[in-house]
Every structure is written in C-alpha cells, then in structure tokens.
Design a protein around this ligand. Structure first.
Ligand code: CP
Ligand code: NVA
Length: 302
C-alpha cells in the first residue's frame, strides 16, 4: 500500500520517532552515501513560491540517487484546466512520488486520492508537516528531548501553527499558542490533537503569558501566501504579537528562537532577535534537508 504524508497523523508516534533518529544518522553521515532511490524520478508540483522546501527536497532526492522534476503548474496542463484527478493519475505513471504545494488542503487530498504513488504535502493553506519534521529535529538536537519541552508559538494560527500542534500531539511537547481573536489555529486540528495526542496544548491571547517559562519561542509570518488581500488588517491586529527582546525576556534564560522562514524583519520578529545569539533558524532550515531524506527513505522503501 502506498503511504502519503499529508499531515503528521500519517506517521505513528513510533514511525515519527524512528524518522527523526534516521534524520540524525543521515545528518551525522551514517549511510549517507546510500542511494536507495537510484534511477527513480520524483515530481515537485508547486502552486506557490518556495525556497527551502523546493531546494531541500531537490537536494535530498539527488543525494538518494533519484531525479527531481520541478513543475510550475502554469507551464503544465493543470494551469489550463486539466483536472487534479487526471494530473495525479498520469503523473503516477511516470513518477515514484509527488510533492504538492498548493492552496486548499482538500486539493492535496483530492490529488492523493487519485495518485497511485505516494504524495507529500509540501505546504497547503492549513498544513506544513515537512516543516514540523525539521522543527522537531531541531528541538531534539538543542534540548536533548521532545517530551515536555515547552514551545510558545506567537502570532498567526496558520499552516505552520497547525502542523506544530499535530507534531506536539504526536511527541508530547508542551505547546502554548498566543493568537489574536479570529486568527486561531484550525479548531478541528486542535480538537483532534487534544483527543488523540499526548501533548499539552493551550491556546491563549497574551504573548507574554505564552512565552513565560518557554524553552522555545516560535513565530511565523503574519501574512501567509494567498492571504495578501487581508494584509493591512493583519498587520494591525498582529502588532502586539511581535517576537522582540522584551517578549523573549519572559522565556527561560536558555530559550531558543525558531522561525520557519521566510521572515519579515520588523513585523513578526525583530532583526535583533532573528539575527541574535538565541536564533536557531538556520539550523532549522538545514534540518529540512535531513528530514526530507529520512521521509523519502521511509515512504519509498521497498
Ligand atoms: N519554510 C519553508 O517552507 O520555506 P519555503 O517557502 O521557502 O519552502
Ligand atoms: N505560513 C507561511 C509559511 C511559509 C513557509 C505561508 O504559508 O506563507
């Protein structure tokens, strides 16, 4: 049976832990020259811009011995109205797996339903699970454990926040989110995480309260791709949610700062913090590569 990776729920807690251990091995160079996907082709169909996801996966695919084929939908028949279902069925006749970055999550689900080969979520409006894998690896490296680590997510309850909630539920992070009213994470994501997961997940309004005693302070952009229309209102509403030195002073003395990038300096985070000694954003970005390799190996083994 093919295995998709559309959300964190597609991996059992044991599989997720094993994947993180494998990513650590790959990062350390264990079996790093193994090319388990030699001679295969993997497609990247991206309906939104990307730097990290595209390049980390293209490099991961190359290092595993396969070929990456990047497709801009505007240059495919999908951009001229060919259906998602037909596109998925046809691509599955050529490719070993497909990464899709798109808008509505239901578009990804539809693609996966019709795809005969594994589909990986490269970001949708509501989920970014590949980012969460790299986030977990980074926290594990820095804190030595995931269980009980207190992560404060400050800002928009967006795709990155939703996947962080699911990740927390899977591994037992203590996650405290501070989001303005009307910009909370997806209620279904929260509900499922609380019912089926083992993390402690709390939703607050006050950024300083959330940052209190935090081991990790995490933020993301206030205007995600596809939300440009509401930009002015968002910039106003999120102003009190900036991650700056004053907010960071509420966290533990050894707290680190995470951001999935790209960042908007002066909006959700100050340059001082993003470029400061507690920022681990480049380690986090590098870990996209190691977790991408572990994920591809896991989904495409056998
Ligand atoms: N963090 C992340 O997914 O970055 P890109 O949009 O550059 O892929
Ligand atoms: N929330 C951001 C993440 C980018 C990696 C967006 O969707 O634009």
């Amino acid at each position: 049976m093919k295995r998709d990776f559309l959300t964190l729920w597609d991996l059992s807690p044991q599989e997720l832990q094993a994947l993180l251990r494998r990513a650590q091995q790959l990062k350390a160079g264990v079996d790093a020259s193994a090319c388990p996907l030699i001679g295969q082709s993997i497609g990247l169909l991206f309906e939104k811009a990307s730097t990290r996801t595209r390049v980390s996966f293209e490099v991961a695919i190359y290092q595993l011995g396969a070929q990456a084929i990047y497709m801009n939908p505007q240059e495919t028949q999908l951009g001229r109205g060919e259906s998602i279902a037909d596109t998925a069925r046809v691509l599955g006749r050529y490719l070993r797996a497909v990464l899709l970055r798109t808008f509505g999550h239901e578009r990804l689900e539809e693609f996966a339903r019709h795809s005969p080969v594994p589909v990986i979520n490269a970001l949708t409006d509501t989920h970014h699970p590949c980012q969460a894998l790299a986030d977990l690896l980074t926290i594990l490296e820095l804190k030595g454990t995931l269980e009980g680590v207190r992560v404060a997510y400050i800002g928009d309850g967006n795709n990155v926040a939703n996947s962080l909630i699911e990740a927390a539920a899977r591994v037992g992070l203590e996650l405290v989110l501070a989001c303005p009213e009307g910009y909370e994470p997806d209620p279904f994501v929260l509900e499922r995480a609380r019912q089926e997961g083992r993390g402690d997940i709390l939703l607050l309004r006050e950024p300083k309260e959330a940052a209190g005693r935090a081991d990790v302070v995490y933020t993301d952009v206030w205007v995600s791709m596809g939300q440009e229309e509401g930009r002015a209102e968002r910039l106003k509403r999120f102003r009190p949610y900036q991650v700056n030195e004053e907010l960071l002073a509420c966290a533990k003395a050894d707290a680190v700062v995470m951001h999935c990038l790209p960042a908007h300096r002066g909006q959700e985070i100050t340059s001082e913090v993003l470029d400061g000694p507690r920022s681990v954003v480049l380690q986090q970005a590098e870990n996209r590569l190691h977790t991408a390799k572990a994920l591809l190996e896991f989904l495409l083994k056998g």
